[in-house]
Design a protein around this ligand. Structure first.
Ligand SMILES: C[S@@+](CC[C@H](N)C(=O)[O-])C[C@H]1O[C@@H](n2cnc3c(N)ncnc32)[C@H](O)[C@@H]1O
Length: 263
């Protein structure tokens, strides 16, 4: 695997609890996947690349619609889940800023919440554009506005427990403003077609499941490494308190934003 950029570091963080991610957290993005899938014309002759594919749920959904799916991710343990789920797909470790594909290879390129982990998201978007065929849709999904995301409180609680971010490293909401997404699209010389918001409700039946899901993400793994699991669990439990339901479960409403552009 390329060890430049953030792939080495992020790959370890996102591999730490890949099964928890796949079993609990990944599915929370289903409304976003469905919204994006509804805009795409997928079929057997369509080659799709999902950049930062994680455990492969989006690739599985695209493959079920007949697409020839390819996924790239930094985390070996995530890729192992993706390969098991989508045996007909092609999954490869790598760095989103240095895609190991030729120019104009894919009919569709997607990225769900992965660009913000690149050292330089504009570079990652240029790479996505480079490997997209002429007129191919390139879809970039990021968090929506922080005020529309209950998880912003939880992410804010994690931040002081993690080591300071490297200078220039974008935070979770760095690409969320419409202007930031528009900038990303134009820096990659893509033509913007639409920017849409989708609400995703994160519901957990109990605290254990909520912690399994939330602590499986890379930023939580980073905080656990730095401050230890007990401190991270305490902070997470406190941040989740306002989202407790009458049945002792948890419910967080979050908005995600995607840009569809064409190469
Ligand atoms: C928030 S997860 C999203 C995963 C998947 N797209 C989903 O929707 O579940 C971010 C993913 O980006 C990957 N990632 C982060 N930095 C990366 C990099 N520099 N190169 C390749 N993948 C990276 C992580 O390993 C992780 O699987």
């Amino acid at each position: 695997m390329a060890d430049s950029g953030t792939a080495q570091v992020q790959g370890e963080l996102w591999s730490a609890r890949a099964l928890d991610w796949a079993e609990v957290q990944e599915g929370m993005m289903r409304p976003v996947y469905d919204a994006v899938l509804a805009t795409l014309d997928l079929g057997p002759d369509v080659m799709l690349l999902d950049v930062g594919c994680g455990a492969g749920m989006f690739c599985a959904l695209a493959a079920a619609r007949g697409a020839d799916v390819h996924g790239l991710d930094a985390a070996p343990a995530m890729l192992a889940v993706a390969r098991e789920r989508v045996p007909q797909g092609t999954f490869q470790p790598g760095e989103i800023e240095e895609l190991p594909y030729g120019e104009r290879t894919f009919d569709v390129v997607t990225a769900f919440n992965s660009l913000q982990f690149a050292n330089d998201p504009a570079n990652a978007m240029r790479e996505a554009a480079r490997v997209a065929r002429e007129a191919a849709p390139v879809v970039a999904t990021v968090w929506g506005d922080p005020q529309d995301c209950d998880a912003a409180a939880y992410l804010a609680a994690m931040a002081p427990l993690a080591p300071p971010a490297a200078p220039g490293q974008p935070g979770p909401f760095a690409l969320s403003e419409r202007a930031a997404l528009e900038g990303l699209v134009s820096q990659a010389a893509l033509e913007l077609q639409a920017i849409e918001d989708v609400v995703s409700v994160w519901e957990y039946p109990d605290l254990d499941t909520a912690l399994r899901g939330l602590l499986s993400a890379g930023p939580a793994a980073r905080a656990i490494r730095h401050s230890g699991e007990p401190a991270v669990r305490r902070a997470a439990i406190q941040a989740l308190e306002p989202f407790k339901t009458a049945r002792a479960g948890y419910r967080l409403e979050n908005t995600f934003r995607y840009a569809i552009a064409t190469a």
